[in-house]
Design a binder for this molecule. Structure first.
Ligand code: PFF
Length: 447
């Protein structure tokens, strides 16, 4: 079949914005703070930073380089590069992960929409009451309503093909998000008692270290940087050949990490200032419990609440569209579905799986998988089990099939490749063993 030439990003900035736009999402703002709170604060942050700037860096470089050189998304890239059959399953694994993430991502996106609605209608103070969040997730109607609304919004963008507008939205949204985050952080850390939270989040306490810290930080790294889910292959394939991959990688990792740290500084000090640090273990609800208290106690809290949840919603939508788009394009390219059919299948799966997660807090709350509610189980399955395996597949592809020298050559065509030694060391000696250890521990830990 004749292939049309692959469309490319319009500019260098286009790639960075698209990659940053898909990287920055609920992972940074919703997920990072609650994991940091739960897994020891400063020690989690330290482990996260080390992993992101060595391992994360290596994976981003590898995936975007493989995408750029093959001009293919993961399934095609594994095939094109001549991976043996068993390894090609790794390409599929990379491609399937977004299909399992986007449903529960939409449930959280629904939570954000609901909080935006609350602030818009001036009921923000009710959201700051104890149990407000639990009552909300305990209501099946509410969960289903907001989840479906968010999922529909995502799919309208996919069906309508207006996803190109997304790049434009990111351009305007990101700077405002950063600015607003700084304002909220400033307010949050200056509340009486908040400084304990700042210390908890920034100063590592080595006594709190356990293998669980590493498992959680690694899963978060994959999630937040959009690694091991096929996304960066696809973005790489849209990248012009003259782009400095190392530089763009650096921009994306710094930006993504900065937003996560700002989110941590918004949420964790508030947990100390308003609850004396009792809620650190709150899990997925943490942001929705802590921030309304901050907004409620500040001047212009309603306006800040509206703008904040609006920006988070935009960040969530750009990410969910990227996730859904990657599923749709795999179905189009590899199974030769028409776009309409691919989008319909994706929507159906999204609604079915997402519904399970949404009902897992109420009607299906008796269902526990390895002691987790349904949403947490999907989160665990993708981040702690499937992504490490997908990353192992990518490393094997580099080491066994493509060969590391070839990748280096490709990177060095346009980059100085300053962290070359780190790259070589990580991919050659550390990555696979480390991933296997983490994988085994996290699976054993689940029983
Ligand atoms: N990295 C996103 C986040 O942190 O929310 C999640 C994500 C979005 C992953 C889009 C992949 C993707 F294509």
């Amino acid at each position: 079949m004749e292939k049309k030439p692959r469309s490319k990003f319009s500019s260098k900035l286009g790639f960075v914005l698209a990659a940053a736009g898909s990287a920055v999402g609920l992972g940074n703002i919703w997920r990072f703070p609650y994991l940091a709170a739960k897994y020891g604060g400063g020690i989690f942050l330290l482990v996260y930073l080390i992993l992101a700037f060595t391992f994360g860096y290596t994976m981003i470089m590898t995936e975007s380089t493989l995408g750029r050189s093959t001009e293919k998304s993961p399934v095609g890239a594994f095939k094109y590069l001549g991976a043996p059959k068993w390894l090609r399953a790794g390409g599929w694994l990379n491609a399937i992960i977004p299909l399992l993430i986007v449903p529960y991502y939409s449930v959280i996106g629904g939570w954000v929409m609901r909080y935006l609605f609350i602030y818009l209608t001036g009921q923000g103070n009710t959201a700051s009451k104890a149990d407000a969040f639990n009552n909300f997730i305990g209501s099946a109607q509410q969960q289903v309503f907001w989840f479906v609304l968010f999922a529909i919004l995502t799919m309208i963008i996919i069906f309508g093909g207006v996803k190109n507008g997304i790049e434009a939205v990111s351009k305007i949204m990101m700077p405002i998000l950063v600015f607003l985050a700084i304002v909220i952080v400033f307010y949050s850390v200056t509340r009486p008692g908040a400084i304990e939270g700042v210390k908890y989040f920034l100063i590592p306490n080595f006594k709190q270290f356990s293998y669980k810290t590493v498992v959680a930080a690694l899963g978060q790294m994959f999630y937040s940087l959009s690694i091991a889910m096929g996304i960066l292959y696809t973005f790489g394939s849209y990248m012009e050949k003259d782009i400095d991959i190392e530089k763009t990688t650096k921009q994306v990792e710094i930006f993504d990490t900065a937003i996560a740290i700002l989110a941590g500084l918004m949420v964790i000090p508030a947990v100390f200032a308003f609850d004396g640090g009792k809620n650190l273990n709150a899990g997925p609800g943490l942001m929705f419990v802590a921030l309304p208290k901050v907004f409620n106690s500040m001047g212009f809290g309603r306006v800040i609440g509206i703008v904040f949840f609006l920006l988070v919603l935009l960040a969530a939508v750009t990410s969910s569209v990227a996730l859904a788009e990657s599923v749709v394009s795999t179905l189009e390219d590899e199974l030769h579905f028409t776009r309409k059919r691919a989008a319909t299948v994706t929507t159906t799966i999204m609604l079915l799986l997402g519904m399970l997660s949404a009902l897992g807090f109420n009607v299906l709350s008796a269902v526990k998988i390895f002691d987790m509610d349904i949403l947490s189980f999907f989160d665990f399955l993708t981040n702690s089990v499937m992504m490490p395996i997908a990353a192992i597949a990518t490393c094997l592809l580099v080491l066994k099939v493509v060969k590391i020298d070839k990748i280096e050559e490709e990177i060095m065509e346009t980059s100085e490749f300053r962290r070359r030694r780190v790259y070589r060391f990580v991919i050659k000696y550390v990555a696979i063993i480390f991933l296997i250890v983490i994988l085994v521990t996290s699976i054993l830990g689940a029983f």
